[in-house]
Design a protein around this ligand. Structure first.
Ligand SMILES: C[S@@+](CC[C@H](N)C(=O)[O-])C[C@H]1O[C@@H](n2cnc3c(N)ncnc32)[C@H](O)[C@@H]1O
Length: 203
């Protein structure tokens, strides 16, 4: 049975979060300073890898809490010699609220976040009423949030949450962005479940 070799600390693209209190200085994540974008719940990186390869002048921070998924992305990104991608293994909400610097990102991507379909679990959803102000703080002026889901009911919640957020305007998702399909998306679409898109620009 073949075992995947772990990358050494010199090889890894996973940025170590060494303090639960000290904010992460996001500029230090990259050697070349370029506009930054953030993906939350990147899984094993099907979006991020394609996007990073197509956009070498965008620095991308991809966050995921599951070790297996982020390790897989780490190996692929390292092999592809991507210099514009850094990974954070963490719980999104804590990092968004306490560890990332304000006014840092031109865009935040959230694709197929866990829908938590049972009503008693809705409180675990990433996109709830608390979310727009947290994201607004991280975005630069006119920064954009891109959302996708397969779940009709969660989609309604996303529309309600951002519809009520005075600090955002609804915009169309650009077609070239839609062409970058994620692994989960491919699976859902193959079962006949369409992708629901929404995007919001920060005022
Ligand atoms: C359904 S998967 C979608 C993965 C990827 N975005 C895609 O479309 O292929 C959702 C991912 O978000 C991650 N995730 C969910 N909630 C999270 C949280 N609060 N913090 C960090 N990662 C989270 C999960 O571990 C999972 O990998």
């Amino acid at each position: 049975m073949s075992r995947k070799r772990s990358l050494s600390s010199a090889e890894t693209l996973i940025w170590p979060i060494t303090s639960a209190i000290e904010p992460i200085d996001v500029k230090k994540l990259f050697t070349v300073q370029n506009p930054m974008e953030l993906e939350l719940g990147c899984g094993d990186g099907s979006f991020t890898l394609q996007y990073a390869k197509q956009n070498p002048a965008i620095n991308i921070v991809a966050l995921e809490r599951l070790l297996g998924r982020i390790s897989k992305l780490n190996r692929k990104a390292y092999r592809a010699e991507l210099k514009n991608l850094r990974l954070l293994r963490a719980e999104a909400r804590y990092v968004l609220e306490y560890l990332l610097s304000p006014n840092s990102f031109e865009a935040v991507h959230i694709y197929f976040p866990d829908p938590w379909p049972k009503k008693r679990h809705h409180k675990n959803r990433l996109i709830g009423g608390f979310f727009p102000p947290i994201i607004k703080r991280l975005l630069r002026k006119c920064g954009v949030v891109y959302l996708r889901t397969d779940n009709a009911e969660y989609f309604e919640q996303m529309l309600e949450v951002f519809g009520a957020a005075k600090e955002f305007d609804s915009i169309e998702t650009p077609e070239p962005m839609k062409q970058i399909i994620t692994d989960f998306e491919r699976e859902f679409n193959a079962k006949g479940i369409p992708t629901r898109y929404a995007a919001y620009r920060s005022k």
